[in-house]
Design a protein around this ligand. Structure first.
Ligand SMILES: Cc1cc2nc3c(=O)[nH]c(=O)nc-3n(C[C@H](O)[C@H](O)[C@H](O)COP(=O)(O)OP(=O)(O)OC[C@H]3O[C@@H](n4cnc5c(N)ncnc54)[C@H](O)[C@@H]3O)c2cc1C
Length: 530
């Protein structure tokens, strides 16, 4: 079958991919193909973002934003990247989300934009739409994309591998050329087959990897797909040990992993032990409940391990009236009520959970990776903004800024040739008759998640990491064999990506013996100076 050809292939439809596609589509002569593995276009981490997106608040400045980003990043954030974020971000929120896509944010009764405050921000500066900001933003961006005649949106298509010479070229001499990306192999669920998508430029925007952990706030699709594909293709990956754990995910059966936004503490919510002790002042006297995420998450973990608590409590009752709680946190209120907890009358049981991947595919200021014609944007990428720990509400902004920057770079460099169909082999599926066994996929995925949670989690040690690597390497052999001998489906592709992503994180964690930000080892003395 002949390949699909397009000027730009964007893999992933969250805020980063959608922003890139929107800018690229401004030139109606350019064909943009936007693919996502889910049937529903909105489904992504972006959709579940609650707290909001950073902009310039009152009495605020880009320099203050940079200062806060660098402080949270624990000495590992790249100052120039933070500067780009702070200087370009607020303007892009206005231009892309509000003006181009028609998105709106909450306003004060006086008609001004309402700025929320979140942990480790020195100013109130978070734009929000109740507590469902991501959903509102992503719906606006997708609606805008659907109006662009030169954007083809392909749902239910899972990227299996990037097409790179020298991996996939028929000509052996391409091995002497720099690695170049020519698109991706995509498994299309409707036809149950893998197609070649050839592109002049490819933008990887596949998001994070929370789902490789047993407890996570991330939805099903955050499996590290893009990280694994880029790594296999030979891209440079950095800072993979820095997985941020959100301190407060719901700890109620059936509602596990549902995020209780940082904004709840921003509005005065206090963390308490089940017997009512306020403990954060002991761990972070300066910040208390509003300390950076890694400190709060480890404090909760410590309290739970030390005293055998199954969870701690987050109490918003003493800070806000019942009406205000319902008005400010309608989604959290409704979800908890569904599960039997009325947060206007009871504290919320919470535990830490894997939340955000600070590392990723290395990119420069323009989202370029070390592979030619391959860009990475959003959570799959590592621009350096987040360093060893991400500041709340900066990742939507980073996706927006670098999605836009990658698009502008593609536009600026003009057209590059597209690979000829005959130089790219079709996907070999012949002889694969056996259907993948869902029980095996489920079990293997669970093994990855438990291994990562217990041995590569909030508190790490050389011994635990060595065990994790042994177990994961063994499992990878099994999964590779399974993958080669069975018909493909989305879950099997995800399993193969997940084991690769898990190994990348575990290896990085083992190599780095210095505790810093959200990478914490209890077997090495001291923490990195900040
Ligand atoms: C519960 C929750 C709350 C959050 N709250 C906030 C917040 O308030 N503020 C903030 O700034 N950040 C927040 N974050 C983080 C933020 O939402 C994410 O970092 C950000 O949305 C990532 O955007 P992205 O475009 O990179 O990836 P995503 O939004 O995750 O999009 C990834 C896209 O890639 C597609 N994809 C994945 N794999 C494949 C594949 N193999 N083939 C094809 N398509 C694929 C997915 O279907 C999806 O369309 C939150 C995250 C969570 C989980």
């Amino acid at each position: 079958m002949s390949p699909v050809q397009t000027d730009v292939l964007v893999i992933g439809c969250g805020i980063a991919g959608a922003s890139a596609a929107l800018r690229l589509a401004q030139d109606t002569q350019r064909q943009v193909t936007l693919v996502t593995r889910t049937a529903e276009l909105e489904e992504s981490n972006s959709r579940y973002a609650q707290g909001g997106i950073v902009t310039l608040g009152e009495d605020d400045s880009p320099d203050l934003i940079v200062k806060d980003v660098l402080a949270a990043g624990a000495g590992l954030s790249l100052p120039s990247a933070a500067q780009i974020l702070a200087e370009e971000g607020p303007e892009l929120v206005k231009e892309i989300i509000i003006e181009t896509a028609g998105g709106t944010f909450d306003h004060t009764p006086q008609g001004e934009l309402a700025f929320g405050r979140e942990a480790a921000h020195s100013r109130p500066r978070i734009l929000h739409v109740g507590d469902a900001t991501g959903k509102a933003i992503i719906q606006a961006l997708i609606a805008a994309l659907q109006k662009r005649p030169n954007v083809r949106i392909v749902p239910s298509a899972t990227a299996v591998d990037l097409i790179t010479f020298s991996h996939h070229a028929r000509d052996p001499l391409t091995v002497y050329e720099p690695i170049t990306c020519h698109g991706a192999y995509l498994f299309e669920r409707a036809q149950r087959t893998v197609h070649r998508y050839l592109a002049r430029a490819t933008v990887l925007a596949t998001g994070g990897l929370g789902r490789i952990y047993r407890h996570t706030t991330n939805p099903q699709g955050a499996r590290g797909d893009g990280l694994a594909m880029a790594f296999r293709a030979g891209a440079r990956v950095i800072n993979a040990e820095y997985v941020q754990f959100h301190p407060t995910a719901l700890a109620i059966a059936d509602g596990e992993g549902f995020l209780i936004s940082e904004a709840v503490r921003g509005e005065g919510g206090r963390l308490l032990t089940p017997d009512g002790r306020h403990f954060m002042a002991e761990y972070a006297p300066e910040w208390g409940d509003l300390a950076p995420r890694d400190i709060v998450a480890r404090a909760i973990h410590h309290e739970m391990v030390e005293h055998g608590y199954p969870h701690v409590l987050l109490d918003i009752r003493s800070a806000l009236s019942p009406d205000r709680i319902q008005e400010r946190f309608p989604t959290i209120y409704a979800r908890c009520l569904d599960l039997g907890v009325d947060i206007t009358r009871q504290p919320i049981p919470v535990v830490p959970a894997a939340h955000y991947f600070c590392g990723g595919v290395w990119t420069d200021d323009w989202g370029r990776t070390t592979i030619q014609n391959l860009y990475a944007v959003g959570e799959v990428a590592c621009t350096g903004v987040h360093g060893a720990n991400r500041l709340a509400s900066t990742s939507l902004l980073e996706g927006l800024v670098w999605g836009d920057r990658a698009a502008r770079d593609i536009i600026a460099r003009g057209p590059v040739p597209i690979a000829k169909a005959e130089t790219v082999p079709i996907w070999e599926e012949e002889g694969l008759e056996e259907e993948a066994d869902p029980a095996l996929i489920w079990r293997d995925m669970r093994t990855i998640q438990h291994t990562m949670w217990h041995y590569v989690g909030l508190v790490r040690s050389g011994r635990r990491l060595a065990r994790a690597l042994r177990d994961l390497n063994h499992l990878k052999e099994e999964i590779d064999g399974f993958y080669r001998s069975t018909k493909l489906n989305d879950s099997l592709i995800g399993l193969r990506h997940s084991i690769q992503a898990a190994l990348i994180v575990a290896e990085a964690a083992q190599h780095n013996r210095v505790s810093r930000g959200c990478h914490y080892r209890d077997d090495t003395k001291g923490t990195a100076p900040i």
